[in-house]
Design a protein around this ligand. Structure first.
Ligand code: WT7
Length: 566
């Protein structure tokens, strides 16, 4: 087994060297993402350039220059430092896509603490599991989410501070602190903590097949890869107006919704509201968006709304389109070419890679349905699942694998070294996905290599859903699997056996669905619950989700020799 990458290995790689030079980083110097994305940009003479143009669902608008971002992130950093938060401690961002989320993220990093963004639609159980695992010491939130935190506060002994960005002290309880970013006395100078390349920066939780979600540990050096991939793959140029649809509760929203664009000194726009085709097109038109980073589910939703609504808007500002999160269907590429006059460029990566690793670079001929080729500086292959050797036949399917050593690779899973080690085989990092490579070196995604459910680009761990299902008084046993869905690619389906005395009914199905929606999140809520008399199990009694999944997808069941017969 190969150890995780060292800085030397990474910096010996020519393409990443370019990024180091452009960012003015010399190996051995301190490197702080918070400083790099604000103070550094101001020093380049861009203090008055707009960093963020923000709008919410009610049409409230705000804008921030790079100097505003610098000063407000300083203000955050000083406030957190005054509260006694220490470098390395985890500070959670549990916020809608408000400016405080983007700027607070930099503020946390400037103190040397670790930013732990969590999707604000998470319910109390999803939140509890992730805050408890990380031993989080402070959480930044909004009034509307406080009720979830209050429910679990007593179970979190490490949580010293609940910081509310939109409340005054009158409405708060003990140990809840108001902090109004824009009204607090502004801090002109804050010496960013001298974090080093390997100092922890961001902790993102990602779902796996077994056990609770894992905390993927990123480091400050990740900016080297996020900067360069944002520049080269998203093709960011000085005059761009960039829009990333992703929520910073997930890695796309931090790597390419904060660090990528801001380390490049780009103006970005944020719309804090859900999907609405008409609104989205208006937004692009109004702000003159030039580069758009979106996701297949969003594109499919737009396709459903049709081409007419596109034609009602002048979207000629759009210059480059990219997509991430799930397989991008060829139809979506062709449709976008037709209606926007440009194709969506697929990009493949994951929480653990921290940056785009396989992609269609601008200008590269796109093969609709293919994810493209490895980014320069990334060595990728598909491995034979038995030998873990790269396959030598074009078109053969195998496990997507990367040579360790790129700057934004995670350095571990929090509290879970075994889980991290299990990701490496034969000197390769395994993504947990399957693909094939064609004669021209293009990668074609085939599917995940585990039971994780990808719904609209969000990974849902079956274990989490099953644990929450078992909290329902009626549920005896459960299995959560993916079910195909025309828009979200997959949705969660639950198979459930009931305890004695309970009967299947529509009401019971609704009760169970609601329980999961509140405890976990709307994403994790099963769209269907099938009541069954028994679940397929191995001879040793383990529930086999694979059989249920294959039935949903009408796929062959494969080897059933270890399965118990009913
Ligand atoms: C998983 C990672 C960082 C992206 C946001 C999700 C799937 C991602 C693609 C793509 C097919 C894709 C994979 C991957 N995925 N991009 N272009 N084509 N599948 O990050 O939550 O860590 O999920 O999303 O299964 O492993 P994540």
């Amino acid at each position: 087994m190969r150890a995780p990458p060292s800085c030397e290995e990474v910096s010996s790689n020519l393409s990443w060297d370019v990024a180091q030079q452009e960012l003015g980083y010399r190996p051995g110097d301190p490197i702080n993402i918070g400083w790099m994305c604000s103070d550094r940009i101001c020093q380049l003479g861009l203090a008055n350039k707009l960093a963020l143009l923000w709008e919410d669902y009610q049409g409230t608008k705000k804008q921030f220059t790079y100097d505003n971002v610098r000063i407000f992130s300083n203000t955050f950093a000083e406030f957190l430092t005054d509260l006694g938060i220490q470098p390395g401690e985890r500070v959670c961002l549990f916020l809608d896509r408000v400016p405080e989320l983007y700027i607070g993220f930099l503020g946390i990093l400037k103190t040397g603490a670790v930013a732990q963004p969590l999707f604000s639609a998470f319910g109390d159980e999803s939140l509890l599991v992730r805050l408890a695992d990380a031993g989080t010491c402070a959480i930044l939130t909004q009034k509307k989410h406080l009720y979830k935190i209050r429910k679990i506060r007593n179970a979190l002994p490490n949580l010293r501070h609940v910081i509310v960005v939109d409340a005054d002290s009158a409405s708060l309880q003990e140990h809840e602190t108001p902090f109004a970013m824009e009204r607090a006395p502004q801090v002109e100078h804050f010496p960013a903590y001298p974090t080093m390349a390997e100092s922890p920066s961001v902790l993102h939780y990602t779902s796996g097949t077994t056990g609770q979600p894992k905390g993927a540990q990123h480091v400050h050096y990740s900016i080297i890869a996020q900067y360069l991939t944002a520049k080269w793959v998203l093709d960011l140029r000085p005059d761009d107006i960039y829009w990333c649809n992703a929520d910073p509760g997930w890695v796309t929203g931090t790597s390419y919704g904060i660090i990528g664009p801001w380390s490049n000194g780009i103006t970005q726009v944020v719309l804090d509201s859900g999907f609405n085709a008409e609104k989205w097109y208006e937004f692009i038109e109004q702000y003159g968006v030039t580069v758009w980073y979106s996701a297949p589910t969003a594109i499919r939703l737009l396709m459903k709304e049709g081409s007419e609504v596109v034609r009602k808007h002048d979207l000629s500002s759009l210059r480059h389109l990219a997509s991430v999160g799930e397989p991008l269907n060829p139809e979506a590429v062709l449709w976008s070419q037709e209606v926007f006059g440009r194709p969506f460029h697929d990009t493949f990566w994951q929480t653990e890679t921290g940056c785009i690793v396989i992609t269609n670079l601008p200008g590269m001929p796109i093969k609709p349905g293919s994810m493209g080729k490895p980014f320069p500086g990334i060595t990728a292959s598909v491995l034979d699942p038995k030998t873990y050797e790269p396959g030598n036949r074009a078109g053969a399917s195998g496990l997507i694998a990367l040579r360790p050593g790129w700057p934004s690779q995670i350095r571990g899973y929090w509290n879970n070294p075994k889980g991290f080690e299990a990701k490496f085989r034969n000197g390769w990092y395994l993504c947990g996905d399957r693909a094939s490579i064609d004669r021209d070196g293009y990668f074609w995604f085939m599917g995940r290599d585990d039971d994780v459910i990808n719904t609209g680009g969000h990974l849902v761990g079956p274990f989490e859903v099953e644990s929450a299902l078992l909290e329902c008084p009626a549920v005896a046993e459960s299995a959560a699997v993916a079910k195909p869905d025309p828009v979200n690619m997959e949705v969660v389906k639950a198979f459930v056996t009931l305890k004695r005395g309970f009967q299947p009914s529509d009401d019971l199905e609704l009760d169970i669905m609601n329980h999961i929606r509140k405890r976990l999140s709307p994403l994790a809520m099963p769209q269907e619950i099938e009541f069954v008399n028994s679940l397929p199990k191995t001879r040793s009694g383990k529930i086999v989700r694979r059989i249920l999944r294959c039935k949903e997808f009408n796929e062959p069941l494969g080897d059933l020799s270890t399965i118990m017969e009913d």
